[in-house]
Design a binder for this molecule. Structure first.
Ligand code: ZN
Ligand code: ZN
Length: 334
């Protein structure tokens, strides 16, 4: 899918050398044609997908990025550790960049907006360039004060490597391929859909300044993150599915953990937030339902960029002589 992306700065281009491990993990999946698939391999692959997706949604996202509930320091570390096994860099790196996404969502400064720089940029290219490689500690001071989290953030490759090595020793090469490489590749792209597809496909219930959508299928594969329009409308809630039919497995698990007193103070949306869409005027409602909202936003961005260029040309033209002197006039001057 091309969205006529603007030119990228040098530090926004894919760093192919540094991205070898990323593409290498994808290529390793091809070994499945050699190993075949035992039932246990596929079950472990799926189980590790779900457990690590949970580490990302309940941990990296809802706890570390949004502080949507409270927990003790030991469980906080467990959340960070499980999230780190998902191989999506360190917990502080992830949460700090995510907070930035919410501050700027789909604006010019948004880190991974499909509106601004196209589908592949929002899906993965923003991670593969140098621009966003460092942790923005300023945006995550509240958690950066814990030394154990700083350690995990710095040595974020240790948990995934430990997982891969354990799988090899427990179940041999085929468990390593399915349990780590296939599962991690699926997990990456499952997670990335929230930055790319859920800003493009789905329905909008709430008026937000971005193009976030609610999408049932994406909610299923991300344990509840697909209710992205709800989330962008009010980001600090422990649940992202706000109505009974909006499945949200991460929230169900947090609810159980709250009964066990492992987590507490789950933040929920008030009724005035949840039902605010009922107060929209028919025009506002029609605007929400407009199927072109993503392409409309891309067109608006291109129009705005075009206007800027035209304005610059017009300003420059004002400073030019109205017409170049004709060669005969130049000759006459002699
Ligand atoms: Zn978003
Ligand atoms: Zn968020």
């Amino acid at each position: 899918m091309r969205t006529n992306t603007p030119a990228l700065a040098p530090d926004e281009k894919i760093n192919w050398l540094a991205s070898i491990p990323y593409f290498g993990v994808h290529l390793m999946c091809l070994w499945v044609f050699y190993t075949g698939a035992r039932l246990v391999d596929v079950l472990v692959c799926l189980a590790l997908y779900v457990i690590r997706m949970w580490g990302i949604t309940a941990g990296y996202h809802r706890y570390f990025s949004h502080r949507a509930y409270k927990t003790n320091r030991v469980f906080q570390f467990i959340l960070a550790f499980v999230g780190t096994t998902a191989t999506q860099k360190g917990v502080l790196w992830w949460a700090a960049h995510h907070r930035h996404h919410h501050r700027e969502s789909d604006g010019e400064k948004d880190i991974h907006s499909p509106i601004q720089k196209g589908f592949w940029w929002s899906h993965m290219n923003w991670i593969l360039c140098d621009k966003y490689a460092e942790t923005k500690y300023d945006s995550i001071k509240d958690f950066a004060r814990f030394p154990e989290l700083r350690f995990l953030n710095r040595f974020y490759l240790l948990p995934p490597i430990a997982l891969a090595v354990s799988l090899y020793f427990i179940g041999g090469f085929s468990l390593l391929i399915w349990g780590f490489f296939v599962s991690t590749t699926l997990l990456w792209h499952g997670t990335f859909t929230i930055n790319s597809l859920s800003h493009i496909f789905g329905k909008r219930r709430y008026r937000t300044t971005d193009t976030s959508k609610n999408n049932f299928l994406l909610a299923l594969i991300t344990l509840g993150e697909g209710w992205h329009n709800n989330h962008h409308y009010h980001q600090n809630t422990a649940n992202q599915g706000w109505f009974w039919w909006e499945v949200d497995f991460s929230f169900y698990s947090l609810k159980v953990l709250s009964w066990l007193r492992i987590v507490s103070d789950l933040r929920l949306p008030s009724d005035s937030i949840k039902y605010s869409y009922k107060k929209y005027t028919p025009e506002q409602q029609a605007e929400l339902n407009a199927p072109i909202s993503f392409w409309g936003a891309v067109a608006a961005r291109k129009q705005a960029a075009g206007d800027k260029v035209r304005e610059a040309i017009a300003t420059a033209a004002d400073h030019l002589p109205t017409a170049a002197p004709s060669p005969t006039a130049l000759l006459k001057r002699k």
